[in-house]
Design a protein around this ligand. Structure first.
Ligand code: COS
Length: 381
């Protein structure tokens, strides 16, 4: 059976997210983009509506949304503001290792926090010398008695400056490379954990990415997720699941830019007619629309596969690459269609273009996605 119809509940959820994007995000998007401040009032409201904790299962008191539902919400949030969207979406990324590998007790311990208050979790994998080569990490977690002693540096940790806890990937056995990594939940108030300076970014300036410095930071051994040595697999499985939400972000940013460009093309008069009447412009818009529709279908497919426990490494990498490349292309073309206006801060398309760029980089660069796709097709998947 193949059916693209949303259930009434899903349609309602999408409408609610769109409403939030229109009334809460858009009015302040410029402010947070200019200042880079942490948008507490926006996130509090996102929590009231259940978006911040969307993936927390019902068994832990959360909304228990599916990945398809998360994708519906994320498209609207990214339409509202690429930076604010990232902070909300990355909470799902932060908790997914716990959803995948946490025991029932660990799920209750960590995930109920997100239900009780607008709390952030942060996924911490990248290091200064281990970004795309995630298996090459050097951050070390040594088991001593009933504690892990952690030393090393992490970087680009989204929400890291404001998170209550981190799902940290560290090496528990450096001799075993990727197979020697483990995932450990680290509370923010752990002595020996220092939060570094926030990255000053080109776009998505409302989102927060920091370095984390560990100096003999001690956490209980009970915070290990799954077994020692499973960390790399947990990270890969997490990214398979969460890349659909990034793809959805690509669809949202692209749609935001497209709508402005379409409206402009229909109303901007040159040579006595709307510029849409020029095939050079209308064909650009047709291509933009084509790519957005395709991106959304790929996004839904990747999310649906996660919801149905079907391995989707290839499909989620395809969706992430296609949709975020689309966001970059569409927003760049939107700036072109608006000309000088597009380059000015009076219109949102320049912000969409800056925001789109990060989507092609985070949660695995689009070059890494192509590597994943190539490996998968080589294996006949
Ligand atoms: N699901 C389950 N297991 C997986 C997997 C997946 N999606 N992908 C890889 N694995 C397993 C492999 O099967 C292999 O297992 P064995 O040790 O039993 O053979 C192991 O993990 C290592 O896999 P592989 O050899 O493919 O690892 P590589 O070091 O070649 O790296 C890439 C693979 C490049 C895909 C990985 O390092 C990666 O995804 N990098 C990008 C990381 C990223 O997204 N960073 C952004 C952080 S979030 S902001």
């Amino acid at each position: 059976m193949l059916d693209f119809t949303l259930t009434p509940e899903q349609a309602e959820l999408r409408a609610q997210a769109h409403d939030f994007a229109v009334n809460v995000m858009r009015p302040v998007a410029r402010h947070y983009d200019n200042t880079g401040e942490w948008a507490t009032p926006v996130y509090n409201k996102a929590w009231d509506l259940g978006f911040l904790q969307a993936l927390v299962p019902k068994s832990c008191g959360g909304p228990g949304k599916t990945q398809v539902e998360e994708a519906l919400v994320c498209e609207e949030l990214a339409w509202g503001c690429g930076g604010l969207y990232t902070s909300i979406m990355a909470n799902g990324l932060g908790i997914t290792p716990i959803l995948i590998a946490g025991s029932d007790d660990q799920k209750k311990q960590w995930l109920t926090k997100l239900v009780e208050a607008p709390v952030f979790a942060a996924f911490s994998l990248s290091e200064p010398n281990a970004g795309s080569d995630a298996g090459g990490m050097t951050c070390r977690a040594e088991l001593k008695g009933d504690k892990y002693i952690i030393n090393g540096t992490k970087c680009y940790c989204t929400n890291g400056g404001y998170a209550d806890f981190y799902t940290l990937f560290a090496s528990t056995n450096p001799d075993k490379g990727a197979r020697g990594t483990s995932c450990i939940v680290v509370p923010r108030d752990t002595p020996g954990l220092k939060i570094g300076k926030a990255l000053d970014k080109m776009g998505q300036r409302a989102s927060n990415q920091v370095e984390l410095h560990f100096e003999n930071a001690e956490v209980p051994a009970a915070n290990l997720l799954g077994k020692e040595g499973m960390g790399f697999i947990i990270a890969m499985k997490t990214l398979d699941q969460t890349r659909a939400a990034v793809a959805a972000g690509g669809v949202g940013v692209a749609r935001a830019a497209f709508e402005i460009a379409l409206d402009y093309a229909k109303t901007r008069i040159q040579f006595g007619q709307p510029i849409f009447s020029n095939q050079a412009i209308s064909f650009m818009l047709a291509d933009m629309s084509k790519k957005i529709e395709a991106s959304r279908l790929l996004t839904w497919q990747a999310a649906w596969m996660t919801d149905n426990n079907i391995k989707n490494s290839k499909q989620s990498a395809i969706a992430k690459t296609f949709a975020t490349d689309t966001a970059m292309e569409v927003s760049t073309d939107a700036v072109q269609i608006l000309g000088g206006n597009g380059y000015s801060r009076d219109f949102l398309v320049e912000k969409c273009m800056r925001d789109a760029k990060l989507l092609q980089i985070y949660e695995g660069t689009n070059q890494i996605q192509r590597l994943v796709i190539a490996k998968e097709i080589q294996q006949g998947n």
